[in-house]
Write a protein that binds this ligand. Structure first.
Ligand code: GRF
Length: 194
């Protein structure tokens, strides 16, 4: 029997670096009736990240982290997570790699969304690689974060078809739409298992 039914909401932090459409979408889902989570904190390494505007709009605490020194940056992040009693992290377009030390110290679950059918096309420029390699399918993956880039255990994936005349931009747009459906679903699956 899932333990979360009828109990308090899980406190989540979202980490972003850019436009934050996944962050915006997770906020929307957090406000839904029966939602099992609340977004209490957004962390960014980039003070100019457009997605930070959604934090302001919805009164979510935001912390900009100076990443000149990784050790200090991660120490600051851990401090903020503790302060806000964060119980799970969702990375959503966060362009920094979390160290093994950070993952060990946080101890709780960390999720990430990646715009490819992992284990294929880890890292950047995924859509261009898909076009170059004439792949018939691509998609997106929500996975647990491990110390190796885009390599943790897969939680859920969504596959889409790639057409012959597709460009990386067209694929990126279609996959982003699917990301917005997949991330809340995968998060729900994780929260039910907690
Ligand atoms: C998404 O494609 C996500 O899969 C990748 O970075 C992008 C972030 O987009 N990790 P947004 O900032 O959520 O709009």
């Amino acid at each position: 029997m899932p333990k979360l039914i009828g109990t308090k909401k899980i406190n989540i932090a979202v980490f972003i670096s850019g436009k934050g459409s996944n962050f915006k979408n997770l906020i929307k889902h957090s406000f839904k009736k029966n939602s099992k989570f609340r977004i209490s904190l957004v962390i960014s390494n980039n003070s100019k990240a457009k997605g930070l505007n959604y934090a302001k709009k919805h009164n979510i605490s935001k912390k900009i982290i100076n990443y000149e020194n990784i050790k200090k940056a991660e120490k600051n992040i851990l401090k903020e997570l503790k302060k806000s009693k964060i119980e799970l992290i969702c990375l959503a377009g966060f362009m920094r790699i979390l160290s093994n030390n950070f993952i060990k110290k946080f101890k709780k679950k960390i999720l990430n969304i990646h715009p490819s059918l992992l284990p294929k096309y880890k890292g950047l420029d995924t859509h261009q690689k898909v076009v170059d390699n004439k792949e018939k399918y691509s998609g997106c993956t929500v996975h647990y974060v491990s110390s190796k880039l885009d390599s943790g255990k897969i939680i859920m994936q969504k596959k889409i078809k790639v057409f012959r005349n597709d460009t990386s931009d067209k694929i990126a747009k279609r996959i982003l739409k699917q990301e917005h459906l997949l991330y809340p679903k995968a998060l729900k699956k994780v929260l039910i298992s907690l």
